[in-house]
Design a protein around this ligand. Sequence first.
Ligand SMILES: Cc1ncc(COP(=O)(O)O)c(C=O)c1O
Length: 492
Amino acid sequence: MPDRDAPSLPCSRCPPSQAFPGLGPSGNARDTFVFISSVSPMNQAASEIALPDADTPLHERLAQAIAAMIEDGRYKPGERLPTHRELARRAGVAIGTVTKAVDVLSNRGLVRGEVGRGTFINAIARPQRATQVDLTLNVPPLLIDEALFIAAAERSARKVLGVPSGGLYDLKGTLAQRTILAGWLGRTRLDADPAELMLCVGAQQAIHLSFADLKRHSRSIACEAATFSGAIAAAAHLDLAWQPVEHDGEGMLPDELDRVLEETGCRAIYATPVCQNPLGFEVGEARRRQIIQIAEKHDAYIVEDDIYGIYSVRGRPTYKELAPGRVYYLTSLSKCLTPLARVGVLVPPEDRLAPLLRALRAEVFGAPPTALELGCALIELGADVVAAQALRKEAGIRTAMASRILGLSSLPMPEGAPHLWLPMPAMDAERLARRSSEHGVRLTPPDATSVGAAQAGGVRLCILAPAERDDMERALKTVARLLADTEDETVV
Ligand SMILES: Cc1ncc(COP(=O)(O)O)c(C=O)c1O
């Protein structure tokens, strides 16, 4: 059952007029807004509906015919479908056939029913609800209204036409783009000068660039015993080894880090200080200061991956603010807004900017202007604020739900995090992940995130991944049942 106390989020299913009543004065948003929210009944263009010849049931052929009309633009996004009675008349079928056809279209995500208002054409087809719940993808649902997203896309399309030199203008992105993203960073996590910023293809590229830059300084990277799989992939690609460091509920233990750097000669540290992925904790200021002291003692650099910064409850300072010359700070719009834009930001130590720009040029000649403009337009229209509030709220609700259903006594970030880590011996974790998958729930097994130490046993649950909260609840109940089921598996 959905949580009845849940706040009403501005979501893709809300009519735009309800979700963003104030949107529009900027001009572009209003244009799209009016277009999308138009609820005029269908015009006369579809006075007769011809069903395709096929052996399939009548309602499926009717669904096919309506889908074709949506595709060719006769039924437009935001418009209301004619009533079932009218559709039945136009197609020459019974009303029950229309009801079934609309169900098919709704399952395919092409239309949505709104209580008391009718059936509306979706601007973006929503995927069918899967029978399997996938908790392995650390991707947040799009918690901004579809109309706002489309308004930003339109605005960015107009802007991108004005990017100088056909887009191949500045490796770092245009000054206007960097100014918007520096403003967003300043409001959220870090005061940075637009000139310091490198704009990348997601945080992933920023990680790869940082690791590649550090390779001249260190042959390995220190981090907790489990870390982000994309960082593991980047290190493997660069032939960099990992040095796992023992951790507690606040990340790497300073003494252990000191010992590891001393014994191995490692001079690079990868830190995800908020909602560490997958372990889920946040590092407080005192621990950060200790880690920096040790980095300084060994002349080591820190790659600070602050991609989950919006979930911070301990606030600032970031590592970057404490030691600007020693930290490659990176983040992106993926976790706090949407990964659809794929906009990442890297703020390297000042003296590494020029070599990093050369590396960026060699790799991709800068992030795509279309992506950068979309990210900037979303920020300009305030989508980042709406999304961050909604995501924090949703993460809080789902974290509480997980805590209740799984009977968790303590959580590293009880106020809400996008993923949860259930620690257990690695063998048990692998078994739980396998059994969950057999029961329709996919979990991240420990081998996907481990950097080779025994204490990395556990499974990760990306609790924001399912778009529907009741899918999450169902999945959690399955995991709880499997956790409680201590009986040996029957081998057949
Ligand atoms: C800790 C961490 N860093 C970076 C990324 C990659 O982010 P992006 O989509 O911006 O490349 C992820 C994605 O899951 C992540 O969890």
